[in-house]
Write a protein that binds this ligand. Structure first.
Ligand code: ZN
Length: 315
């Protein structure tokens, strides 16, 4: 798994290469044109006249005269350039993005082209095996029938958690509800929103996370950190379907708590979905995990309505 820093370094190289390529192409065209003696003569004449002009004071009669001469010589230069098979534009670097000239930044902020590249990588690296994710704006709440108003409220709450990611004091969301009530879809919308909001996110099923815990548990000391690090350091961790994994002694609960606790300590946010009721979570994952997830001071509990909801009241 790649880290946020590695992605940033990678992108920085991608954009540097784009700039270099654009400049190289322009230089290459000029060098090709300079192979033509008439163009070469005209080119260096204009250059030397421009140099002379730079030594003169602006708006003096001499300067004006020289400017006129340069313009005249430029006409000849362009004529020769055309004969060589090039246009004026061919001698300028052509950047893929005109807004940022392939620097990736405009006024110190990430350019839309940079964000598009970043989003692609964030999606590839986030752990969900999908080429695209649903948007909140695309959700058709009609499919939820009588529950649509309540579900819409839950979707709005979840979305605002991600939209106010850096301002909210809440550290986690737990989405509770039975299979088929739209938890997974909501999770995918959240992941998409997060990626679009510049939030480096990792999605994992509880099953896969548990496998990672096991790997961590049996790994040599020097290899341990590398295994767990992505889950500790990503801006947002989404653990889907908590309760679907097989509980392993000294592994599942211990490392889940470690992850939740470390993330909370570093003010990093976590979203968990589960089919289990709060009571079942408390029973299976013990008080420490339960209190991390269901403490309303630090988290938001979203209960998705649905016919087969296994819980009756929130803890
Ligand atoms: Zn750009």
């Amino acid at each position: 798994m790649i880290s946020k820093n590695e992605i940033s370094n990678y992108l920085s190289n991608v954009f540097k290469t784009r700039r270099t390529n654009a400049k190289l192409k322009a230089e290459q065209n000029l060098n090709d044109a300079l192979k033509n003696e008439k163009f070469k003569k005209s080119f260096y004449l204009v250059r030397s006249l421009q140099f002379d002009l730079s030594k003169l004071n602006e708006n003096t009669p001499e300067a004006k005269k020289l400017e006129q001469q340069i313009e005249k010589e430029k006409v000849e230069l362009n004529k020769q350039l055309k004969i060589c098979g090039f246009s004026k534009e061919d001698l300028k670097p052509h950047y893929i993005c005109k807004k940022c000239c392939d620097t990736g930044f405009v006024d110190g902020k990430k350019c839309s082209c940079y964000k598009a590249e970043q989003n692609k990588i964030y999606l590839t690296e986030c752990g969900i095996n999908k080429s695209s994710l649903p948007k909140f704006s695309q959700v058709n709440f009609e499919i939820f029938g009588n529950n649509k108003t309540e579900i819409k409220k839950i979707y709005d709450l979840a979305k605002s958690f991600v939209d106010k990611f850096n301002e909210t004091t809440k550290q986690n969301i737990i989405i509770v509800g039975n299979t088929g009530v739209g938890k997974t879809y909501l999770t995918e919308c959240l992941l998409n929103e997060a990626i679009n909001n510049d939030i480096f996110s990792i999605y994992t099923t509880a099953f896969n996370l548990n496998q990672t815990f096991l790997k961590y548990h049996i790994a040599k000391f020097e290899n341990k950190q590398e295994i767990i690090e992505p889950y500790l350091s990503c801006d947002l961790l989404i653990i889907d379907d908590l309760g679907s994994e097989t509980k392993l002694n000294n592994v599942t609960i211990e490392y889940l708590y470690l992850i939740l606790n470390e993330r909370a300590r570093n003010n990093l946010k976590t979203i968990v979905t589960t089919n289990l009721s709060p009571e079942q979570i408390q029973l299976v994952y013990e008080d420490r995990v339960f209190s991390r997830l269901f403490n309303k001071q630090i988290g938001i509990v979203l209960q998705m309505p649905g016919d087969d909801l296994r819980f009756k009241k929130q803890a």
